[in-house]
Ligand binder design. Sequence first.
Ligand code: NAD
Ligand code: DAO
Ligand code: ZN
Length: 371
Amino acid sequence: MVAFGVNDLREEEVIVAPPKAGEVRMKVMCNALCHTDIYTLSGQDPEGLFPSILGHEAGCVVEAVGEGVTSVKVGDHVVPGYTPQCKGSDCMFCMSPKTNLCPKIRGTQGKGVMPDGTSRFTLAKDGSTVYHFMGCSTFAEYTVLAEISIAKIDPAASLEKACLFGCGISTGLGAVWNNAKVEPFSSVAVFGLGAVGFAVVQAAKAVGASHIVGIDVNPNKFEMAKKLGCDVCYNPKDHGDEPMQQVLVKNSPTGFGFDYTFDCTGNVNVMRSALEAAHRGWGQCCLVGVAAAGKEIATRPFQFITGRRCFGTAFGGWKTRDAIPMLTDKMMKGEIAVDHFITHRFNGVGETTKAIDALHSGDCLRAVVHY
Ligand code: NAD
Ligand code: DAO
Ligand code: ZN
């Protein structure tokens, strides 16, 4: 599926060149739609390039490896990552336990090309170049990635489920476990009950948070939220003009706010609510949602002076190649439930457009397209 321009996604025959040194070509078996793909397709992403092949949450099988590739071989099952992990002893980011933001191929990835500065995709009909996206480009039957962006998983794992660890679910889990480091008996407020917000709820429940609330403008989300661990759910529409932070602080266990709050909406006004709903003296607010281009957050500095902290997460802080196999193993052992995230299934890469419609419907968490 080639994105030729804003909301112009068409099925095309594309030549996928063999992998060069340090690269891997893979057969994409299935792909789960994520809002970031739609965001870029809709033209809102200032870094978005056309024509390009979008998609970044996939389950794949290695088909060919380039010179020097040692960490995967033909036939291995893999999940692409949009945040690489070069593991180089000269990479201060990979060597630091504080971050997952390996910058090794950031420059070329942002320009829609492979690390050597060229694309592996050309349109069969005229030989013109098609760009890569987030270093993954999985809206295609075959794609090429840098070896440092590929997580090898247990071949016994369901690729349909493991692909979810390529983005949203890992992000929600990691936001709680790695970035916020939520402690047992904490109070937690989760704004936005999509796949990412639900993963936050699950992770908070798993660490023993004692009071979890979910906030969403779509009350259809509340039943699942409660099954996963929310004690109470709020719809901001039920509270008129009263700011949600005020409603939440008033109803929090201590009356002073929540130990941990998470924005999983990407709405900057909600981010403010999340920060201001954090507990006086120690509350921590984690921004998970990705705001639209040009948006800024506002609050009074007094919120920080009185002890609240705010930070964000990229891919839940996970180091891609180490974490995705580990999370997949936990899923296989029944320690992370993911079945409920797959609300829609489609067949054939051409059905990506149907999956996009499903994602817009409001009742979709993840739509998986099997190729
Ligand atoms: P989603 O659209 O499925 O879920 C968002 C939820 O927020 C929906 O249920 C929606 O009804 C709710 N919502 C919207 N506006 C609201 C409001 N004003 N108040 C309360 N609830 C509101 O999306 P998702 O797949 O769960 O992703 C959530 C966000 O996380 C997106 O912004 C996505 O881009 C981002 N994301 C970030 C990372 C990262 O690494 N930081 C990774 C993956 C996704
Ligand atoms: O390394 O500078 C960089 C870019 C990091 C990108 C992190 C992206 C996090 C948000 C992704 C949105 C969901 C796919
Ligand atoms: Zn690195």
